[in-house]
Design a protein around this ligand. Structure first.
Ligand SMILES: [Zn+2]
Length: 94
């Protein structure tokens, strides 16, 4: 299997808040990336996750989002009816 872009070309690149410092394969030939986050933490995980944008930070960004939405919820804490979940998402009906 050939990849269009050599993986090593991603080293030094910044994806989201993560700056890739190393890319390697583990024993199961998963491609792993080592990165440093803007907040100073280092992060290691599947490279595809950073490349696809699923992973944006070491986790600090998600924490910030949570805090933000928590604040919003606190502001919106009136009697607003909750949206009903359809349950259709993630399922495929034939
Ligand atoms: Zn971080």
């Amino acid at each position: 299997m050939k990849l269009r872009t050599p993986l090593t070309s991603f080293i030094g690149q910044k994806l989201g808040r993560l700056t890739i410092i190393d890319i390697y394969r583990d024993a199961k030939s998963n491609i792993l990336a080592k990165a440093i986050c803007e907040c100073g933490n280092d992060w290691t995980g599947y490279f595809v996750r950073v490349q696809s944008g699923n992973t944006y930070s070491c986790g600090c960004y998600a924490k910030e989002l949570k805090q933000k939405s928590f604040k919003l919820q606190a502001m919106k804490r009136r009697k607003t009816p909750r949206k009903k979940l359809t349950g259709k998402e993630g399922f495929y009906w034939r």
